[in-house]
Design a protein around this ligand. Structure first.
Ligand code: GLC
Length: 743
């Protein structure tokens, strides 16, 4: 995509083929198919024991090859936003190397907030470069489940509530990574949209919602980017564990989408021997409880044909022969976090920050007019790279908001003072089940108010942290934690000139914060360079250009699963989290867990709020700039292959800026139930002050299809299609209508 962008950008005309090609036939043969004869010969030389030995974990993050035949082990590494530190082979104890500090890339929702396919590609490049230096073959990422719940514990890790945005970025992350020698592992396939009871939940979902909402990011990364790996999720879908789900693994992933790579389980997520291996699981991770001796016995007993084992081994060898192994003598020899990757992290961070409000143009801050700045909040000094049970990053560096602001105001004569303002919510609190939704700490609040009184401007840095949002459990609220709302009220009474920066990976209830802040931004868990990127936006070196990848509801109860009372499910299972049990070596009961009823169907995120006319605080796709953009001259048409939209976009302000043009479609006259509007394409456009550009978007008609449950296939409904061009899902700037002819 990056290459294509450069070509078209030169012409001044931007051609956009739509973001993903859900539903199309496989357009090309996988790059994995180039070694079939060689693989056949290798398998013929293997013993049964050697074959079965490839189908389960060797160490915590590796599975075996066949040394006798020169087939290297597969080395895995958590992602998806930084290559995890080296640990002891069979424990979770870090090795404490001097060379395994990594670049902390902005997490998933931050990348999604850039709405930039080019940056997603670069992100994949950066991850692959570091993975190779660390000797890794497969990155355990990107994490691309749809954010169904505002409180989902891993919302920060995932991308968006929308399948088209998620799919487009998943494709580019995959291309960037695999173009640079590291396989991806798309996770967690599929419908792993909550952390509570993730190891036992049984998802009940309509075929249409599964196809139109939850599978598209996986489908696009397989069909368009030839993803080499997929991770089967912990949960069940319609009664079958994902790690032994014939429909998901063999019929949809392989037969329909043309996937030719390998499927590994989530850690401790396997529940059978015969079911798993025949339904399409290649590797049980990290142990061998089901796919070790038990599998060998099953083959010898004639229960599992050896041909099934050969098929699973073939799929692994395709990836093994496509990814050059890094000799152990070359791994971890140099520090993996290099300036080139830090630069990518900085680019992503700078383009991810979302300006929600800017009343009275308080921003950008003019150092000539402000002499004393109070920076208030624990998050101003908190590093977000580690934490939250699983994929943390031992970051070589992480610039905090306070460091970034201090860096950029060096020598300006501006005095910067900090106060913690509210208590840090720690891992200890989380393990002790202390709620993060506590009152403000009176002492910390008094100190902060005192500092605000004696300052010209308050930069409040609040939001969540990596212990409030975590793998293994969902949040119970979207309220600002640690009494921040109360603190903000007190600060505003002392000094009304407040810029509120929310560090978060997920939606927050900002109704009260908005009332007392003159400007508000979302600054994400924004990676190694996050503090510098934030300062560049606050001081106007960069115009903010991020757009929300998910809706901020007015209140949690308005969101679909809460409104329909299908979440949270019955009282949580007491078996504890499947991953934590694995780490604690506790044998979790494999009993079946609660049912998650996806009763809202396709009405996820803005699809729900728009269609049900439920007001929101900030809509999907929202984000302001320091300049203004004018949309004009929309022309739309369709032939029997594409829908075309052409428009003019101009920057009417005095500052350079970047806008994300969003194309939604609506079908008011449709014969089937549909959301009011659905995103079908988007394009990030950079414009100098006063510049004007033509934007052309073309969308294959396949992308307008819906899943017809009776036909069990995609269908293109003829008729009238409204084309809505917006700078957010609720700020529609131009509209047009085209007719789709019957076929
Ligand atoms: C965890 C996560 C998965 C991760 C794996 C290895 O349980 O669900 O995303 O890659 O185990 O750490």
């Amino acid at each position: 995509m990056k290459r294509i962008n450069q070509l078209f950008a030169l012409s001044g005309i931007l051609i956009v083929s739509a973001a993903c090609t859900t539903g199309q036939k496989p357009e090309k043969v996988s790059a994995l198919m180039g070694h079939e004869e060689e693989i056949t010969a290798l398998i013929a030389r293997m013993t049964l024991e050697e074959k079965v030995n490839m189908l389960h974990g060797k160490h915590m993050f590796s599975s075996a090859g066949v040394e006798r035949l020169g087939i290297a082990d597969m080395e895995y590494a958590d992602g998806p936003f930084g290559i995890r530190e080296e640990m002891e082979p069979n424990s979770w104890k870090p090795l404490g190397l001097a060379t395994d500090s990594a670049t902390f890339f902005p997490t998933g929702s931050a990348l999604a907030a850039t709405w930039s396919e080019a940056l997603a590609y670069d992100y994949g490049v950066g991850m692959a470069k570091e993975a190779r230096l660390r000797g890794k073959d497969m990155i355990l990422g990107p994490a691309i489940n749809i954010q169904r719940l505002p409180t989902g514990g891993r919302t920060y890790e995932y991308l968006s509530e929308d399948p088209v945005l998620s799919a487009a970025l998943s494709v580019q992350y995959t291309l960037g990574s695999q173009d640079n020698g590291a396989a991806v592992c798309l996770k967690h396939y599929a419908l792993n949209n909550q952390e509570n009871d993730r190891g036992s939940i049984d998802v009940k979902v309509s075929a249409r919602a599964m196809r139109e909402i939850y599978l598209p990011p996986f489908e696009a990364a397989v069909r368009e980017a030839d993803a080499y790996g997929v991770m089967a999720a912990y949960n069940k879908v319609e009664g079958y564990w994902c790690s032994e789900n014939e429909l998901l693994l063999n019929r949809i992933l392989r037969d329909e989408w043309g996937f030719r790579g390998m499927v590994i389980s989530d850690w401790g997520g396997v529940h059978s021997t015969v079911g798993a291996v025949t339904s399409g699981l290649n590797v049980e991770m990290p142990g061998s409880r089901y796919m070790g001796a038990a599998l060998l016995d099953s083959v010898k007993a004639g229960v599992v044909p050896e041909s099934v084992i050969d098929t699973r081994v073939r799929e692994i060898l395709r990836v093994r022969l496509a990814i050059a192994p890094v000799p152990a003598t070359e791994a971890n020899k140099v520090m993996s976090s290099l300036p080139a990757q830090q630069q990518i992290a900085d680019e992503v961070a700078a383009h991810s920050i979302v300006l929600l409000t800017n009343d009275g143009d308080l921003l950008p801050i003019d150092p000539m007019k402000v002499k004393r700045i109070a920076v208030i909040g624990d998050n101003a000094v908190r590093r977000q790279s580690q934490g939250g049970v699983g994929a943390g990053v031992k970051a070589l560096r992480e610039v905090t908001p306070l460091e970034g602001i201090t860096n950029r105001l060096q020598g300006s004569g501006v005095t910067i003072r900090w106060a913690q303002g509210y208590r840090y919510y720690s891992m200890r609190d989380r393990y002790a089940r202390v709620s993060p939704y506590s009152d403000a700490d009176p002492k910390l609040m008094a100190e902060a108010v005192q500092l605000a009184k004696s300052s010209d401007l308050v930069i409040f840095v609040g939001g969540n942290n990596r212990e409030v949002e975590t793998e293994g459990s969902d949040r119970t609220s979207i309220t600002l934690p640690m009494g921040q709302d109360e603190l903000l009220q007190q600060l505003a009474a002392a000094n009304p000139r407040i810029v509120a920066v929310m560090v978060t990976g997920a939606p927050l209830d900002l109704r009260r914060a908005q009332q007392v802040s003159l400007a508000m931004l979302i600054s994400w868990f924004n990676g190694s360079e996050g503090g510098n990127a934030l300062a560049d936006v606050l001081l106007g070196k960069v115009s903010p250009s991020g757009k929300l990848p998910f809706t901020f509801p007015l209140q949690l109860e308005d969101s679909p699963a809460y409104s329909l009372k299908v979440y949270p499910q019955q009282a949580r299972q007491q078996q504890g989290d499947v991953f934590v049990n694995l780490v604690d070596k506790k044998e979790a009961a494999q009993e079946s867990g609660p049912v998650a009823d996806y009763a809202e169907g396709i009405f996820v995120g803005y699809r729900w709020f728009d269609t049900k006319e439920v007001p929101v605080l900030y809509p999907f796709g929202h984000g302001l700039s320091y300049t203004t953009f004018t949309y004009s001259d929309l022309q739309v048409r369709a032939d029997d292959t594409y829908l075309y939209a052409t428009l003019q976009l101009s920057n009417d302000g005095s500052r350079n800026g970047e806008e994300v043009v969003q194309l939604y479609v609506g079908r008011p006259g449709s014969k089937i139930e549909r959301p009011l509007k659905e995103l079908k394409a988007f394009r990030r456009i950079a414009l100098q002050a006063g510049e004007k550009k033509a934007v052309e978007i073309q969308i294959p008609l396949e992308k307008l299809r819906h899943w017809d449950e009776a036909a069990n296939d995609w269908k293109l409904e003829p008729g009238s299609v409204d084309v809505l061009i917006g700078s957010s899902s609720q700020n529609i700037r131009l509209t047009g209508t085209v007719q789709i002819a019957a076929r």
